[in-house]
Design a protein around this ligand. Sequence first.
Ligand code: NIG
Ligand code: FE
Length: 401
Amino acid sequence: MKKLWKNCHIATMQNGQYSSIEHAAMVTSGQHIHWIGTFDDVPADAYSETIDLNGAWVTPGLIDCHTHSVFGGNRSVEFEKRLQGVSYAEIAASGGGIASTVRATREASEQQLLASALKRLRCLLKDGVTTIEIKSGYGLDYANERKMLRVIRQIAETLPMTVRSTCLAAHALPPEYQDQSDAYIEYICNDMLPKLHQEGLVDAVDAFCEYLAFSPAQVERVFKTAQSLNLPIKLHAEQLSSLGGSSLAARYQALSADHLEFMTEEDVKAMAAAGTVAVLLPGAFYFLRETQYPPLQSLQQHGVRIALSSDLNPGTSPALSLRLMMNMGSTLFRLTPEQTLAAVTLHAAHALGLQDTHGSLEQGKVADFVAWDIEHPSEIVYWLGGDLPKRIIQHGNEISI
Ligand code: NIG
Ligand code: FE
């Protein structure tokens, strides 16, 4: 059952960077791309359907590779406090911050968590996101991390999206382990993570390497456990201070290190050598009114792949639009629109280990794409918010949005 998609231009992202074909067409066969090229070269074949895209620009489905989109409650009250001058670190130290979302998440049922997450994720879906990563990390004990990860699996069954789950048990210290952070890390490594993995709930492992969370030595303990379970690694690193977490992540061949405002030249070189993707999170940068910029020039000079993501979470980035993040990636971090598009497709796929199947439009890859009713691809980055007219195709089928 082959479908011919015609009358379009395609930003393919072939050959590992932004690239495009004008006056293009694509043939899909089931869930996959069977052929892609210029309309003049369309293979003569029998098509079950021919779809006219009316001159749209087609991109790969967008990939949001770093989110905390499952959580209880919200933190708008803290937002107001921060506007009055109280810092994120001060709020965390006084029992707010991640700890307050942990309380609300523990109180919520699976059904409640699923319902609230779906509302947020539908916004991302409408924005053209067809693949998403979602982290646990607001449960911080076996039962509640499991609850979050089960909700993430249910999201995958509910929405027309590819969903990857990441266990972020090492996000913050739960109240039961106050002043015993090493003991909590041992609990994660000896008990929680192996069990959750055994239940098939974990696709990758992440941790928060920061002075107000876990030390590089503690993170390394988590990485060793992840490695022994054959689970890929990611890391929140260098968001508020420079601890060398991104170099540590690179030493363990992490898929990505994320945030990175305070990374050093040494960290950049280590990530370049390891092929670890730099995931930049302009929503958190903006929302915390950060002034320290990630070292864009150095990352580019050393050839580190740069991805962008929403970091959708209740504390530092309540971002419901990946397109808005793309605009911020260009406006705040000076990425070109082409680099920005690659950051939420090609490079985001690498950050999830999905580069063989997702992130670009080429023969054999999954047929996830968005047909945007725009005149030029840079418009996807240019418009601030709103709902750009588009058609979304997931696994070869148009979805209703
Ligand atoms: O990616 N940095 C740590 N984790 C989240 C924030 C989580 C929260 O404040 O609830 C982040 O910014
Ligand atoms: Fe995060």
